[in-house]
Design a protein around this ligand. Structure first.
Ligand code: DLZ
Length: 159
């Protein structure tokens, strides 16, 4: 039997005054546009108005961290959602991009004390990417927006 009831931090409801940034890569735009749609739809569904959602398009996933860092440091945003798609090719470029971008975004998140959900699809094919952008495996852009809302709300309730 549970004798002690622990205090659990529950995410606060989304604040309709919070501003959200989305950085999205233009490489594989067929897919990243769907991720972007998913993220925006989820934020709108949570009561965040269109005017408080800012989008920055960068050339490729490699450029996500620099743009995300500038937005995060501005202090204007509750979270910066990062979206990109890296498809494995004949060389190991994908591994370098994936590792570098993931590490950099993680560092920015900790340094800026801001949620930076990682919506970087690291896939073997376009089919796998499409499946994760509104197909059989859901929409990772939408999931990132959910993660952003959750973390923003959770951090508000924690010391
Ligand atoms: C160069 C490159 C390659 C080969 N593949 C991808 C990819 O699959 N996904 C992606 O988002 N970006 C790719 N890029 C572009 C790099 O991210 C970057 O934009 C360029 O190297 C310029 O810095």
């Amino acid at each position: 039997m549970l004798v002690v009831v622990p205090t659990e931090f529950k995410p606060a409801e989304p604040n309709s005054k919070d501003r959200y940034a989305i950085v999205v890569a233009q490489w594989n735009q067929l897919v990243t546009d769907k991720l972007l749609d998913g993220a925006i739809t989820t934020l709108l569904g949570a009561g965040i108005s269109e005017g408080l959602i800012n989008v920055a398009r960068v050339p490729g996933s490699w450029e996500l961290p620099l743009a995300a860092q500038q937005l995060a440091r501005s202090g204007r945003y509750a979270a910066v959602i990062c979206l990109g798609v890296v498809i494995r090719g004949e060389t190991t470029h994908d591994e370098h991009i994936n590792r570098g971008v993931s590490l950099a975004l993680g560092q920015i998140s900790l340094e800026c004390e801001l949620p930076l959900p990682l919506g970087l699809l690291t896939v073997n094919s376009l089919e796998q990417a499409l499946a994760r952008a509104g197909g059989d495996v859901g929409n990772k852009g939408s999931e990132c927006a959910e993660a952003a809302l959750h973390m923003v709300g959770l951090l508000k309730t924690m010391p």
